[in-house]
Structures are given as C-alpha cells and as structure tokens.
Design a protein around this ligand. Sequence first.
Ligand code: IPD
Ligand code: CA
Ligand code: CA
Ligand code: CA
Length: 264
Amino acid sequence: MARSALLNVMVDAVRKAARSLIRDFGEVENLQVSMKSPGDFVSAADKRAEKILLDELKRARPGFGFLMEESGVIEGDDPQHRWIIDPLDGTTNFLHGIPIFAISVALERQGQIVAGVVYNPIMDELYVAERGGGAFVNDRRLRVAARRDLIECVVGTGVPHVGRGDHSAYLAELRAIMNETAGVRRCGAAAIDLCWVASGRFDAFWERYLHPWDMAAGLLIIREAGGFVSDADGGDAMFASGSVLAGNEDIHRKVLAVLKKARG
Ligand code: IPD
Ligand code: CA
Ligand code: CA
Ligand code: CA
C-alpha cells in the first residue's frame, strides 16, 4: 500500500514514541506513577511518549493544533487541523505488565477525522487509515467480520472503572449482551478494541465514558474497513457522549437493539 506523506509523518512519530514506551515497559516497576482520579493513572511513560509525539508532529506540521490526553489542548495557527492523541492507551494494563496497549494518533481536518494510526508495539501491529483510502494492518487490507447471527459473535467492551459512570446501567447492558452472544471480551485499551473490530477479531464493540483520544483514530479505521460506528445510543455524538458502538451494519443494528432493551 502506498502511504501519503502525511501518513508517513504520523507513522514515523508513532514508531519513535513506541520505542520510548517499550523501554519504559521493560522497567515498569521503576516508573513514576500518579493517579489523576480513582482508577485513572498517568506515568512517566505516558508523558515521555506524548512529548515525542508533540515534538515530532509539530516539527513536521508546525501550524496544526493538538488535543492530547495528558497535555490537553494546544491551539495551532492553522484552525483547520488538529491532532488528537492518546500517547498510551491502556495505561493500567501497561503498569501491570499486561502487554496490551497502544499509541493512537488521529488527524482532524475541519472537524472530520481524515487519518488515523494505532500501533500496538508488543504485537507489532500497525493499523492505519486515510479517509477514502481503506484501512490496513501492517499493509494488509482490513475488513470487518461478516457474521450476521448474534449468537456466533464475540463482542468487545470496556468496563467503567471506579467512580466513572452508571455501573448498574452498564451491568444491565453486559448481562443482555452475555445472554445473546458467543462471548464478551475486555482488553483494556479502547483503541485496540476498535482496531480489532476493523480486523474482524471482534464482531462488535461498545463502551461508554470514553474520550475523543481513545477513539478518534479507531473510528476512522473501522469505517475504512467497511464497518459501522455510532454512539452507544445509535446517534453520531461519539465525541460528545464519550460512547461508541461498532460492528458490521447488521450486527451494529442488532447489538444496538439489545442495548436499548437492556436500558429500558
Ligand atoms: C483507557 C482505556 C480503557 C478504557 C478506559 C480508557 P487510558 O484509556 O482505553 O480500555 O476502558 O475508559 O480511559 O486511560 O489507558 O489511555
Ligand atoms: Ca488515562
Ligand atoms: Ca485511552
Ligand atoms: Ca492514555
């Protein structure tokens, strides 16, 4: 697959940040860690990776703005473009030595995501997409799963952590999905979950209480893999609501119906 200059810039920055994450993952017990809120941690690894992404992307495209998990908003001179960045998606996994985490970088142009990169350095899986150009993992074209019967489906989810969201409403959704599908998985890194829908490993995924940086790149990657995405209530307010539901068109509709019924 021929990558655009822009995608090359993103991939180079992500690979450089990934080398920093891998070094820190090897010495995770010595990392400085703090808790932003109950269940939400940030470590020196998150900050180092974010700094690399900021420096590299700024150097390549000086005018673009940023929305980053750890550093927040940095306005650019070019109001049309901003990077949406999660330097380490799956911090809790990372800090526990669980090798499921990723870097997620998306580019928004006039409010629309036009390019996305998610890299899982442990599995060496580089997911990329550009609007209208398809989605790829390590240069292999991605396509969402084709299953149509819910009972055959594996569905990914994210469990809201302590202090976040309405746990009983979530448990009602989880119970309903458990009753109607082949199985439920919880990876602990939303950007990877979304890419696994794009690749067909998961037939569907839903989660609430996310942030734009968890999902910006993944949403484009799923769409470019032929998948369907909405917020968890079927609308298109993914960023505003912090929720997401993804799958092929048929399974998306069926999971949405189960979630709606479960919420009453
Ligand atoms: C978290 C992960 C996790 C999801 C959380 C996110 P972080 O991101 O994506 O899977 O369940 O809601 O906050 O904090 O590790 O970047
Ligand atoms: Ca976090
Ligand atoms: Ca995240
Ligand atoms: Ca993060």
